[in-house]
Write a protein that binds this ligand. Structure first.
Ligand code: SIN
Length: 329
């Protein structure tokens, strides 16, 4: 090759490399979720966007779609697998089609508080659950907290018999359905985006949710009673598709994971704060009456709902349930 041609070929290579780095489109991450922005998950998603775009300007762009703007909770996992979105954080109760093990979180009166939930999630048993999604093409990237669930209704619910014959909206989980059936209530599986209207029109009598969801979605404005049951947990799994995750450049994947871990830690702080603040805001609104349970009433609920553990023991795994129980100490 002549010197002239050698220079030409060199220049072309340099130009090509330059245009690939300077003009290649940024990696796009669409993060779809169903809650409001002023919630633990909403804040975590915004924090993640800020961190990633600051650390990788022009290389990664993150778009957050809150309030089920893009996908409702029954569609987002399919959307991940199709590559229509790259990140989601559905409630652990919405993974039934993908793994039985996450249903451990739905067992009523299993965790005493959020510290116990956290201990279990970080334990080897809790971390192993994340791997159970891989054969379905999903990668569990980490748990995110919201808080314990309370029971709201259009009549005062103090004892299990008060719930008899009443319709309660639940997430798509058979464990949650069984939980309400044990007290002869009627569980109704509906997407989160429909709950306010269902309550407002009295198509259903009540629902279960965390303080932050009850507050941010204004359920307390259309539910005159909220019983402070703390009967279960509402937490999330931050998830992506195996295809997207493996397709990320090797230098970027650990950095994205690091930003996610930091955002989850941030979201967990928000969860802790909002759990107290939003409960206070609901009480001071005067639009609903918050009913605490006496020790005796609580015991009645525990006794009524405990058979659900046995009912799902085979499906979830006895050892996994035992590991979750052990996290209470
Ligand atoms: C969520 O917090 O993502 C929604 C919870 C629900 O569906 O009740």
């Amino acid at each position: 090759m002549s010197i002239r041609n050698l220079i030409k070929a060199g220049a072309a290579t340099v130009l090509c490399a330059f245009s690939l780095t300077a003009f290649s489109a940024p990696i796009e991450i669409k993060f779809s979720h169903v809650v409001a922005e002023n919630t633990p998950k909403g804040q975590m998603a915004i924090h993640f966007k800020e961190l990633v775009e600051k650390r990788f300007p022009g290389r990664v762009s993150v778009q957050v779609f809150p309030n089920a703007q893009l996908f409702g909770d029954n569609k987002v996992l399919e959307a991940l697998l199709l590559g229509d979105v790259q990140l989601a954080a559905p409630s652990v109760s919405k993974f039934q089609k993908f793994t039985d093990q996450l249903q451990v979180f739905d067992l009523p009166f299993l965790f005493e508080d959020m510290e116990a939930v956290d201990r279990f999630q970080q334990s080897p048993a809790g971390q192993k659950i994340l791997g159970s999604l891989e054969k379905k093409g999903l990668v569990g990237l980490g748990y995110l907290h919201n808080g314990m669930k309370q029971l709201s209704a259009n009549s005062p619910i103090r004892e299990p018999r008060d719930a008899e014959g009443k319709k309660f909206r639940i997430m798509t989980s058979d464990v949650l359905a069984a939980q309400f059936e044990t007290v002869d209530a009627i569980p109704v599986k509906k997407p989160f985006s429909e709950v306010f209207t269902l309550l407002q029109t009295k198509a259903i009598d009540g629902q279960e949710n965390s303080w932050s969801n009850i507050y941010s979605k204004k359920f307390f404005e259309v539910q005159p009673y909220i019983t402070e049951t703390n009967h279960g947990v509402l937490d999330y799994l931050v998830v992506t598709s195996a295809e997207f995750w493996r397709g990320l450049p090797d230098d970027l994947r650990p950095e994205i994971k690091k930003a996610l871990d930091e955002s989850i830690a941030y979201g967990n702080k928000v969860a802790d704060l909002k759990d107290q603040e939003d409960k206070e805001a609901i009480i001071t609104s005067g639009q609903t009456k918050v009913l605490p349970l006496t020790a005796g009433q609580r015991e009645q609920w525990v006794e009524s709902m405990r058979p659900v553990w046995k009912q799902f023991e085979k499906q979830i795994g006895r050892d996994l349930i035992a590991a979750a129980v052990a996290s209470n100490q």
